[in-house]
Design a protein around this ligand. Structure first.
Ligand code: NAD
Length: 485
């Protein structure tokens, strides 16, 4: 494989009705390279006027896309997948630059998963749909699964390509048109994808990309009467506001929100394997992973041993330039994200916690933070309860299975959870009792387009991936035709 080098992206424009153009008011937004601290490029800062145009384009394109035969929509989505694979190096370079993701993670995880997602929904839509029903009256009765119309897809900074694909692929497969508002700070792959979608045959107006700040470019989408559905991924705080705003306009919403998963290591676990899983769970994507495992709950007999192993192993995880193929932990995606994590570290110190390893920003340009393990905090600490969203692990002991489950379920969130055990019955028993949309046993971050993910409680509602991920992009119509003479 040829090495992937740091790209120099051209300034970005909005993509509306199949054309590239500047924001109506000429606004621009800086895009940071978090691995160097330099501004990598700028993109257009869209606002309400641009959203107006994008929604109008999506509305106008809807009837023809809805009526495009499903085989043809599937063929186009398969071409999108093929183009993603063909351009894997460029996409990896852009996404790694934008987010600070190690290329070693970005290529196999972000880029190839995005291709898989397009292929999955291209295939699924061929067999999805309504069906005949048996009814009491003499009637031919059937259901139709129709597209909902114009979808607003609003996505966060941490997995830009995957999270846009998990919305665009099912939305387009089902015959919807889309206005995509990527994250303010990581918009580059969305713009690149607009080019690939067009090359694959997605007609003008079917996908529109409006980059910009949330309140300027996202908020108007939530309120626009021409938007039929909102698919939102982001923080719980913004999600609450988005759900309330869209809900007031009676728009259906899916909300993929924050997380704060517990990783439970029982005393019968394979310790060596568990250590690898614990580290992967909290450093994956530099801890900027909604389904990461920042809370380690460990059986008391293993507590001190595991802390000792982590203190030795964690500093050895390669941290550095995301374009170095050996790097496992890159920089955080931006100064505001790093500052938030540092604030939590300050609070942990003020509470008297023990920093087992890490805790410091690296003395070099870029947003680098040492992976950090913290012990000795009570469960009630905000550092344990809240979503830190960085490479930080808190560690707490437990005595019984019931206590472990209570601690795991004891935050407002419910997105993911992990169980490390060799006891099969325990694995199933505990998985069933965890308040989470996805549970991993003896590993972490096993994700596949066939397996739905999504939250409970403050982590949101709705599912992406799997047949469940297609449902929100369709609405069911019942048709009953009298058979009476
Ligand atoms: P964020 O909530 O700050 O932003 C998400 C998106 O909302 C961005 O595009 C932003 O511009 C937009 N936005 C902001 N204000 C808005 C407004 N008033 N109206 C409409 N849109 C607005 O989130 P973030 O910091 O980019 O991402 C991190 C968060 O996302 C974390 O909480 C993480 O857990 C969560 N997340 C969840 C999942 C999941 O699948 N559940 C996946 C990834 C990230």
């Amino acid at each position: 494989m040829t090495p992937i080098t740091r790209p120099e992206p051209a300034p970005g424009q909005l993509f509306i009705d199949g054309r590239w153009r500047d924001a109506a008011d000429g606004g621009r937004l800086d895009v940071l390279d978090p691995s160097t601290g330099r501004i990598a490029t700028t993109v257009a800062a869209g606002s309400a006027k641009d959203v107006e145009d994008a929604v109008a384009a999506a509305r106008a394109a809807f009837p023809a896309w809805r009526d495009t035969p499903v085989r043809e929509r599937g063929r186009i989505l398969n071409r999108v997948a093929a183009l993603i694979r063909e351009h894997a190096d460029e996409l990896t370079a852009l996404e790694s630059l934008d987010v600070g993701k190690p290329v070693s993670l970005c290529r196999p995880v972000d880029v190839f998963t995005a291709a898989d997602v397009y292929e999955y929904y291209a295939a699924l839509i061929q067999t999805a749909g309504g069906g005949h029903r048996t009814v009491a009256m003499p009637a031919h009765a059937y259901t139709r699964h129709e597209p909902v119309g114009v979808v607003a897809a609003i996505t966060p900074f941490n997995f830009p390509l995957i999270l846009s694909s998990s919305k665009l692929a099912p939305a387009l497969a089902a015959g919807n048109t889309v206005v995509h508002k990527p994250a303010d700070d990581t918009p580059l792959s969305a713009l690149f994808m607009a080019g690939l979608l067009t090359e694959a045959g997605v007609p003008a107006g079917v996908v529109n990309v409006v980059t910009g700040r949330g309140p300027d470019a996202g908020e108007p989408l939530l309120r626009h009467p021409g938007v039929d559905k909102v698919a939102f991924t982001g923080s719980t705080a913004v999600g609450r506001h988005a759900a309330a705003t869209a809900g007031a306009a009676l728009k259906p919403v899916t909300m993929e929100l924050g997380g704060n998963a517990a990783n439970i290591v029982f005393d019968d676990a394979d310790v060596e394997k568990a250590v690898g899983t614990v580290i992967k769970a909290f450093v994956f994507n530099t801890g900027q992973f909604c389904m990461g495992g920042p809370r380690l709950l460990v059986a008391r007999p293993l507590h001190d041993t595991l802390l000792g192993i982590l203190a030795q192993a964690v500093p050895g995880v390669p941290l550095g330039d995301p374009f170095d193929p050996v790097t496992v932990i890159g920089p955080m995606a931006g100064e505001r994200h790093l500052a938030k994590v540092q604030d939590y570290l300050g609070r942990a110190r003020a509470e008297g916690a023990r920093i087992v390893t890490g805790g410091e920003r690296l003395d070099r340009p870029g947003c680098y933070l040492q992976p950090t393990v913290i012990a000795g905090l009570p469960d009630s600490s905000p550092v344990v309860q809240e979503e830190i969203f960085g490479p930080v692990l808190t560690v707490q002991p437990f005595d019984t299975e019931d206590e472990a489950i209570a601690l795991a379920n004891g935050t407002p969130y419910g997105l993911a959870a992990g169980v490390q055990t060799r006891d099969v019955a325990r694995a199933h028993r505990v998985a069933a009792r965890l308040d989470a949309g996805i549970v991993w046993v003896n590993d972490w971050a096993m994700l596949d387009p066939a397996m739905p993910f999504g939250g409970v409680k403050a982590s949101g509602f709705g599912r992406e991936y799997g047949p469940e991920g297609l449902e929100p992009y369709t609405r069911t119509k019942s048709v009953l035709i009298s058979l009476e003479a």
